[in-house]
Design a protein around this ligand. Structure first.
Ligand SMILES: [Zn+2]
Length: 469
């Protein structure tokens, strides 16, 4: 009996070696303990990397994405294609033998661009490539014919407000970075309408162009008249700017048949590997399934959605089951401002204390360099340590912020968040354009992205403790 007690005592001492006790009696591990715990995953990380990059799962996420995008095509919120995509994924995730595969209903906006075109009539006849912006109204059926005023900024527009009345405002804003420059797409129509313009054409938010218009969401303001708005190519914006600087009068005819329908029923698509020890606790891995209505939505966000699926496939194929639940969410309605994610958050936020980390890949699946991370300093130290497990593929960096429309709600409330960081040099060449196709994707790069996603999500889901907040 005494002997047993001694063993018990020694076990207890061993268990708490190097740890301090919290007031509530739970253990507070030293960072050395955590480092050791993470080092214990070295072989599992290698196995995941081997399977994803060199083994039989090599190129799988790319090939799955190719079949999916070639079959379904682009997947705009409210479209039949998006409906087909969700059905497709529901079956595919079941066939992959993931657990709790289900759909969570969401009401999403339903806008269709209809037929649209623009022609320059003066100083010469020239067909202008356009893509109407999401949520834009149509022109009257006969179209709008008006003189153009070209501005390089909102400042210039406000200074020349008198000149803009009755005209089509063409914005030729330089591309600085997406976050800054996208303001012209989001608010260009509202600002133009405020000074009496009849339509606005916005230089595409693109870092490179081969005469490609790039669409995206825009919104109106309740107290400002709604005017039709579309994006044009960088080339046409620059040409009209040169013409107008020379004092040449420009006249454009614009016709857009856009229509907004009542919100339609859509779904967030969910699949899991249920946790073995803390099934109620969740590591959320995600990308969005919807896209714009051009190209194939292979890059935005087919890649992110399919490496997220791949992460669960890899873990399942290795026969691993983490302590916490790994939950894949393929969001709907992201492009309209994270509509699916918002409803998901409202539905699940009462369970927020059980969300360990929320992860989203929505900035391409090119060559990965590391992880964007948002969370406390303690959590960041742990994530840095986890990233050392990715030394075999040299993807170990941890960056200061995490991005992702769909995970923002959780991060705002203090849940640690992570986004995949990759080489986004070419991302805005293709973003929201006809150029977003499978041709942009690279199977090797997707393998690496999937390996990062799987190692990070598995280790966080399997560590004894949740990440500190
Ligand atoms: Zn996206």
């Amino acid at each position: 009996m005494k002997y047993l007690f001694l063993i018990f005592l020694m076990n207890l001492l061993h268990q708490y070696a190097g740890k301090s006790l919290r007031r509530d009696g739970s253990s507070l591990k030293s960072f050395e303990d955590i480092k050791n715990e993470i080092a214990g995953y070295t072989n599992i990380a290698k196995a995941i990397i081997d399977l994803a990059v060199h083994g039989k799962a090599q190129n799988r996420s790319y090939e799955r994405l190719a079949v999916f995008t070639d079959t379904i095509g682009p997947r705009l919120s409210g479209s039949k294609n998006l409906e087909a995509a969700i059905k497709y994924m529901f079956s595919a995730l079941q066939e992959d033998r993931l657990e709790n595969v289900h759909l969570e209903p969401v009401k999403v906006p339903h806008w269709e661009r209809g037929e649209e075109f623009a022609v320059m009539l003066e100083p010469r006849n020239h067909s202008i490539a356009i893509l109407g912006l999401g949520n834009s109204i149509a022109t009257p059926p006969e179209g709008i014919t008006a003189e153009v005023i070209v501005v390089a900024s909102f400042d210039e527009l406000h200074k020349r407000a008198q000149e803009a009345k009755g005209k089509i405002v063409v914005y030729n804003e330089p591309f600085i970075n997406y976050g800054e420059t996208v303001q012209y797409r989001l608010q260009g129509a509202v600002e133009a309408a405020k000074v009496g313009a009849v339509a606005s054409l916005i230089r595409s938010i693109a870092s490179f162009s081969i005469h490609s218009p790039h669409t995206g969401e825009q919104s109106y303001q309740p107290d400002v008249p709604q005017i039709p708005t579309a994006c044009i190519s960088v080339e046409d914006a620059e040409m009209m700017s040169r013409m107008s600087l020379r004092g040449t009068k420009i006249v454009v005819h614009l016709r857009m048949g856009a229509k907004t329908y009542p919100d339609s029923l859509s779904f967030n698509t969910v699949a899991e590997i249920v946790g073995s020890k803390y099934p109620e606790q969740v590591v959320l891995v995600s990308g969005h399934l919807d896209s714009w209505d051009v190209g194939q939505g292979a890059m935005d966000d087919g890649g992110g959605a399919f490496i997220s699926w791949e992460a669960l496939s890899l873990i399942k194929d290795l026969g691993l089951r983490p302590k916490r639940t790994l939950r894949l969410v393929l969001w709907t309605g992201e492009e309209q401002g994270g509509v699916g994610a918002k409803q998901y958050y409202q539905l699940h936020k009462e369970n927020i204390s059980n969300f360990d980390i929320v992860m989203e890949s929505d900035e391409g699946t090119f060559k990965p360099s590391g992880l964007g991370f948002a969370g406390s300093a303690e959590a960041r130290d742990i994530v840095r340590e986890i990233m050392t497990l990715l030394q075999p593929i040299n993807v170990t960096a941890v960056y200061n912020t995490a991005d992702g429309t769909d995970i923002a709600f959780w991060m705002r409330d203090g849940v640690p968040g992570a986004s995949l960081q990759d080489d986004i040099n070419k991302y805005f060449w293709f973003h929201h354009s006809q150029g977003d196709t499978m041709t942009v994707q690279d199977p090797n790069q997707m393998n690496l992205c999937a390996a990062v996603w799987a190692v990070v999500s598995y280790v966080i889901a399997d560590m004894e403790d949740m990440l500190p907040r």
